[in-house]
Design a protein around this ligand. Structure first.
Ligand code: SAH
Length: 242
């Protein structure tokens, strides 16, 4: 009998932390998440997707961090979720696995990352996943089909909050939420975001401490002015401030 691949089963420390955080999922979800981690590890040998390579850290840093959004998603009506700058698939793929009734979009501007995400969705038979290969600035531009089309946008490690706000808020329906996975610097980033929040008609409605970080919850109050997002590269080069 061959040994199970090292990512297949979650370590006990993951199960304990997940139970403590009140996270609920099916055993078959964990099996599919383990297969995703295996695909991520294999692809990471060919391209730079993650610096986390040992299984225990991967379950904590990728899976627990991603699933920390579940309680919020379960507390609202969310039929569509966009993971902006999905890279290797966190947090979008674990959420697509655990929320099969939600239409999940995975955005990445890098073609080979988008192809990796496509391969994961097909290998794991995730019929609720659609991969969008492009820059947020173009996909959410005035008149583009994805603009104002998503209930929730989530993102991890895609720039500081003022930049992320300009890239993400235009995708949201009015009243939609951005769930930004942040670290210890969350409150500093919120302070830096006053001008961006004002310009984009959005407001921070909550910050939630999780076992792995801080989730900043932003609500889009009204329609985004047509001039945002500015052209590709501009939000990061010259963040909304002042
Ligand atoms: N969310 C993943 C990856 C973070 S790295 C994780 O936490 O592991 C940031 C990713 O965002 C990269 O894959 C990069 O290609 C993508 N990205 C950065 N700016 C982008 C933009 N403007 N539009 C679309 N994708 C972008």
């Amino acid at each position: 009998m061959s040994a199970l691949p090292p990512f297949a089963a979650p370590p006990g420390s993951f199960l304990e932390a997940a139970a403590k955080a009140g996270l609920e999922f099916e055993p078959s979800d964990l099996e599919r998440i383990g297969r995703w981690l295996g695909l991520l590890e294999a692809a990471n040998r060919r391209m730079n997707l993650t610096r986390i390579t040992d299984p225990e850290s991967a379950w904590h840093r990728h899976v627990l961090d991603s699933l920390s959004l579940l309680p919020i998603l379960h507390s609202i009506t969310c039929t569509s979720l966009l993971d902006l700058g999905s890279g290797g698939g966190a947090p979008g793929l674990p959420l697509a696995i655990t929320c099969p009734g939600v239409a999940v979009g995975l955005v990445d501007s890098v073609g080979k990352k988008a192809r990796f995400l496509e391969a994961c969705a097909s290998e794991l038979a995730l019929h609720n996943v659609r991969v969008l290969n492009g820059r947020a600035e173009d996909l959410a531009a005035d008149g583009a089909p994805e603009r104002a089309a998503w209930d929730v946008v989530c993102a991890r490690a895609v720039g500081r909050l003022p930049v992320l706000l300009e890239l993400s808020v235009p995708f949201l329906v009015e009243g939609g939420l951005l769930l930004a996975i942040k670290g210890a610097q969350a409150s500093v980033e919120i302070e830096e975001s006053r001008a961006a929040l004002h310009a984009l008609h959005a407001r921070v409605i909550d910050t939630i401490a999780t076992p792995t970080g801080t989730i900043v919850v932003v609500e889009k109050a009204r329609k985004t002015p047509r001039k945002y997002p500015r052209k590709a590269g501009e939000p990061a080069r010259n963040p909304l401030a002042g």
